[in-house]
Design a protein around this ligand. Structure first.
Ligand SMILES: Cc1cc2nc3c(=O)[nH]c(=O)nc-3n(C[C@H](O)[C@H](O)[C@H](O)COP(=O)(O)O)c2cc1C
Length: 188
């Protein structure tokens, strides 16, 4: 049975290298994963005063996450943390109290930066948020991608064989992780 993977790109940039990475990941993913992007760019800033009257974009975000079997985050690191729009989206999705959309959700974290650190610190920040939100994260393998525009192409092609094999094995591990989580924590 195909699993529905909602993926969230942490960057709003039209030239996002993380969006390119998402295309590369989808291109090498197992056939039984179906991917749908969950957009975060139109969300207003989270305000708990709106918990009783969620804006349409925030309801759409929660609906899209709730309709997914798993979530994959592909995000840049901003100032050794995660981009504000991504944190904002997580805050919306985690509320109202008692309706946390990430509860028991299988999740994966990956990211690309231009620097050698490859989003390693930003991903730890994201993992902290997801832990509190009770998402069931894949903890290994980790994947810190230093972006090379000649290796990772917007078409999804990965020109370097070692890099392609790594992304392929990451996505196979992600698929196996999702299956393991859903075996004990089935989603309706
Ligand atoms: C506000 C800001 C903060 C950044 N902070 C970091 C950082 O902490 N670590 C890092 O490796 N790159 C950092 N960068 C550089 C990003 O890796 C680079 O801009 C990358 O292209 C962002 O990903 P995107 O293209 O998907 O938006 C930062 C960029 C911006 C705009």
């Amino acid at each position: 049975m195909a699993r529905k993977v909602g993926y969230i790109v942490g960057s709003l940039s039209k030239d996002s290298i993380n969006r390119v990475l998402s295309a590369c990941l989808i291109a090498v993913a197992p056939d039984d994963l179906d991917f749908t992007e969950i957009p975060i760019g139109d969300l207003p800033l989270y305000n708990r005063d709106l918990d009783g009257d969620y804006p349409a974009s925030a309801t759409a975000l929660k609906d899209a996450i709730n309709a997914s079997d798993a979530i994959l985050f592909i995000t840049p690191e901003y100032n050794r943390s995660i981009p504000g729009p991504l944190k904002n989206a997580i805050d919306w999705a985690s509320r109202p109290w008692g309706q946390n959309s990430f509860d028991h959700m299988p999740a994966g974290v990956i990211g690309a930066s231009v620097g050698a650190i490859g989003t390693a610190v930003g991903q730890q920040t994201l993992r902290l948020c997801l832990s509190f939100c009770n998402a069931r994260q894949m903890t290994a393998p980790e994947a810190y991608i230093q972006f090379d525009p000649e290796v990772y192409l917007a078409s999804g092609e990965v020109t370097d064989e070692t890099s392609k094999e790594f992304l392929t094995s990451y996505m196979q591990e992600f698929r196996d992780h999702v299956e393991r989580v859903l075996t004990v924590l089935p989603r309706n």
